[in-house]
Design a protein around this ligand. Sequence first.
Ligand code: NAD
Length: 363
Amino acid sequence: MLVIFFPKETQEKENRSALTPQTAKKFSALGFEVLVEKAAGTKAAISDSEYEAAGAKIVDNFASGAANADVVARVKCSSCEEISAIKPGTLHISFLDTNRLSAEVKAFQKSGIRAISLEMIPRSTIAQKFDVLSSQASLAGYAAVLIAATSVGKAFPMMTTPAGTIHPLNVLVIGVGVAGLQAIAMAKRLGARVEAFDTRIETEEQVKSLGAKFLKIDIGEVAKMEQGYAKELSDEQIQKQRQGMIAACQRADIVITTAKVFGKKAPILVTKDMLDAIRSETLFVDMAVAFGGNVEGSVADVLLKYSNWVNILGIGEAEQTVASTASQVFAENIYNFIEHFYSREQRKIILDPSDGIISKCLV
Ligand code: NAD
């Protein structure tokens, strides 16, 4: 019987858990023994007794879980010290920012541990059920609007009151990927007027289908990358985009930016000059801050008063504010990944390096 171990997340701002009682049951039914570190689910509102009732066994610390595990699964990558406690041949599954975590990648290689980098899983139809980037970005887009709503000091919907009409809020969403689409949908649900822009032309239809207006900016031809990702713009195109966005930023009460370019630093779309030019009260919410930021000067998890009119809020991982729901979908993604590659006949996980998914995400 394969043993799968779910350690407690150690990063202070990490609230999610890679295991829920529902997925613990599914792993048991698949034939796994499930170990979970004490208090692993506390921040996601899951108690040890709920895990036990679902058939998992609680272990006191990382070392005692890792010593027997064939698979270690978690949200964020284990530290080098933790990796040294994992036995050779184990499969480790987590987010693994290979550019930033080079010491951890080397530690995996040195210890003979196979590591899956969840962010490198291709965004293909077959891999959708374990696409953690999408499941988390969707919740991040939703949560960012709620955070913005409590920081902006204005109401979203139109209201006709005896004291006069309250006009709906104007929201501009820049970057209409998974997070951006959900942000548009949420802002619409709250009653805002929404405009949106993306460099991928196919997003115009998606924006309109959510009842929002597509902001047209002529930046010329934009090449596409594999899997539908956006390609980096030229300097000239970025200049054109900034010019085209100024008036829309002026009329927006909230500007939510989510623009990223896979494997590259996020483009600066709102410069200091643009912020200086704004003479209407505007809250900029930068959801790309962890990737370098779309708004010049934004800081993760800080609300900056930039000027009398402009506030800037950098949001690192908005999905952390809905940790219980984020854990639910993350845990399902992890289960689906393992179940997809598990052979019931051979009772092992088969990771063929020539497989279209594994070749992209196995480190
Ligand atoms: P992302 O987080 O990398 O980027 C967010 C958005 O920013 C993207 O829509 C991108 O086009 C946009 N962007 C980049 N530069 C910009 C700029 N200068 N101005 C404005 N917007 C800019 O993207 P994501 O949300 O992870 O996914 C993007 C796309 O990937 C999806 O919309 C889809 O096409 C593809 N995808 C496919 C699947 C699948 O199952 N086939 C699953 C998920 C995503």
